[in-house]
Design a protein around this ligand. Sequence first.
Ligand SMILES: *Cc1c(COP(=O)(O)O)cnc(C)c1O
Length: 370
Amino acid sequence: MNGKKIYVTSPSLPDLDEFIPYLREIWESKWLTNNGGFHQRFENLLAEYLGVPYVSLFTNGMMALQIGMQALRITGEVITTPFTFAATTHAIHWNSCKPVFCDIEPETCTMDPDKVEALITPQTTALMPVHVYGNPCHHEKLQKIAVTYGLKLFYDAAHAFGVKQDGISICGRGDLAMLSFHATKVFNTFEGGALVTRDPAMKKRIDFLKNFGFADEVTVVAPGSNGKMDEFRAALGILNLRKVEEGIARREAVAGRYREALQGVPGITVPQDIAGVRHNYAYFPVRIHAGEYGMTRDELYEKLKKDGIMSRRYFYPLCSSFPTYRGLPSARPENLPVANEVAGEILCLPIYADLTEEEQEKVIDGIVEQ
Ligand SMILES: *Cc1c(COP(=O)(O)O)cnc(C)c1O
């Protein structure tokens, strides 16, 4: 191996010189957290950028998920996808609810809406699907099921920042949607997250819950937690928001080059754009069909690693195979055939705004030259 490692992602940052005046302002004001000036500005700018009515900022995405479930008063069983980051399932567990895993459909890797109804029981209160890789879930079908059965629809939109369908952000869908601004995401505030809602009363309730349940100095309306975003992250968010569109355009160019170089390689399936969707190119997940390609996904993963290319097997293992959840009836592999198949074949290639053509060539060579 020569040269530096190529990671699956690399965070976008503004010039440090742009951040320093903001830090000075925070120092001088001594207002470090609890809905300060940067927090208020960032919340408004985000709502405007996403074209959604209300945003509540959080210290990370996980807290937004946990508090969102409290705000919606979700109890009992929650139908969700096993093909996601651990946080989605863990948030259900931390709310003392039971995750019920629904299989995914193979094109978008999102929850298969045609398999949801069979999983509904009298204990079911909510659906928690994930716009995995930024692929929009089948919203109309899920919404229809939610309305018919009186269920809450809470989207994990951690991958969906900047994704639009028919010109509209998919982050405004459902009763609530959660965003993550973790360093590894398309848009970051170091750590951070948000909840998106169309309901002003819900926004208010969320804001109480993320501040220990305080409605005012002496009124505690609920057993809240601490999910607040501080001024430093909000200031970074304001700066990074200015660069996010340019970042997505650069990712799109990287995705285009991968597609061109890899789509003819036998045994490799590359992701395709969905008609009517403006993607954010947060991930570039390819599927490796060992028979045709001549190497398993894990063999390719190890080979790339030896060359200093740190691809990732998102989302392997499935959440349904974690020790905490694997005993659940819905977690049995025979109930999740598509998710298990995809989890065994998927490999996410390095993609980020600053990935150079030279670095990308190295990744492509590593896959093409076996
Ligand atoms: C990153 C991520 C989260 C958690 O967000 P954090 O900000 O890291 O807490 C939740 N769900 C999915 C699908 C994610 O990828």
